[in-house]
Design a protein around this ligand. Structure first.
Ligand SMILES: O=C(O)CCC(=O)C(=O)O
Ligand SMILES: [Fe+2]
Length: 279
């Protein structure tokens, strides 16, 4: 399996991108409209936040799921026993956020959601007829005015060497949502499981945008679009002392959106959050 960056400005970008999603669960875009300057600034400002005691004033709300998730409560991937070595902040436009960081995050959230709308239209356009007829409404409409789309600012702290054996930054998992939009992080480590079960590095040149399919799109497409396992491995050697910051936007439909005969977006999400041990 090969994962190659698609030039967003190419005339056949939509086709190449959806082909990549279909065959690998991932698509990588270069030359895309998300401002790298804003991503760099968010990484720097949130590194400061995670390094400060201020984060403890924003501890997450179990009911609404917004706010700061410390390493002590962060997720345990489905099928794993050890918690991931990470802490993160869940930003929703209606949720808590340090006031000095809010505007920048709100602008990014809007820009990434606008691009996501276009990418969902690409997916719809290149869905075979028998798959498209399974969608209860146009894919991009599913996230329209949704207050569930979630921007996660993730911080993987430097490793101390005292980590539990087998614990990694993010154990193999699949995302829950429709699509995830992820600017390349400031450090490597992201891998995707290939069709032969081998782990492949995702091309994470700084400036690339990585998009992957989540379980909700797999569910809505009757399995045509695969939600692929991915993970973040621990750094070795000198890189152990480095933090890693990443910024996934998880596209979540409005709760009432019908995904399949079995599930609405709401019933699906609740089931998955219980499994992750955070709800
Ligand atoms: O940090 C990354 O690069 C990926 C994060 C991720 O897969 C997730 O939070 O679901
Ligand atoms: Fe993920």
């Amino acid at each position: 399996m090969k994962l190659e960056a698609v030039d967003y400005a190419a005339p056949n970008a939509d086709k190449l991108f959806v082909e990549s999603l279909r065959s690998t669960g991932f698509g990588v875009l270069k030359n895309h409209p998300i401002s790298q300057k804003s991503v760099t600034s968010i990484y720097a400002n949130w590194q400061e936040f995670f390094d400060s005691a201020e984060k403890d004033n924003y501890v997450f709300d179990r009911e609404t799921q917004d706010g700061f998730f410390p390493t002590t409560v962060s997720e345990t991937a489905k099928g794993f026993k050890k918690k991931d070595i990470k802490e993160y902040f869940h930003y929703y436009p209606w949720g808590k956020c340090p006031p000095e960081l809010k505007q920048e995050l709100a602008d990014y959230y809007q820009a990434a959601t606008d691009l996501a709308t276009e990418l969902l239209n690409w997916v719809e356009k290149h869905s075979p007829e028998e798959v498209a007829k399974l969608y209860s409404q146009p894919l991009s409409n599913m996230i329209k005015d949704s207050n569930q789309t979630l921007l996660r600012v993730l911080h993987y702290p430097p490793l101390t060497g005292d980590e539990e054996p087998d614990a990694i930054r993010a154990a193999a998992h699949e995302d829950i949502n429709l699509l995830t939009i992820l600017p390349a992080a400031n450090e490597p480590g992201l891998q995707v499981k290939g069709t032969g079960n081998e782990w492949l590095d995702v091309p994470s040149d700084f400036g690339n945008l990585i998009i992957n399919i989540g379980d909700m799109l797999q569910e809505a497409s009757g399995g045509y679009f695969p939600s692929t396992s991915h993970r973040v491995i621990n750094p070795a050697g000198a890189d152990m002392t480095k933090s890693r910051i990443s910024l996934p936007l998880f596209l979540h439909p409005r709760p009432d959106v019908v995904l399949s005969e079995r599930h609405t977006a709401d019933s699906y999400l609740k089931e998955r959050l219980r499994e992750l041990g955070v709800a």
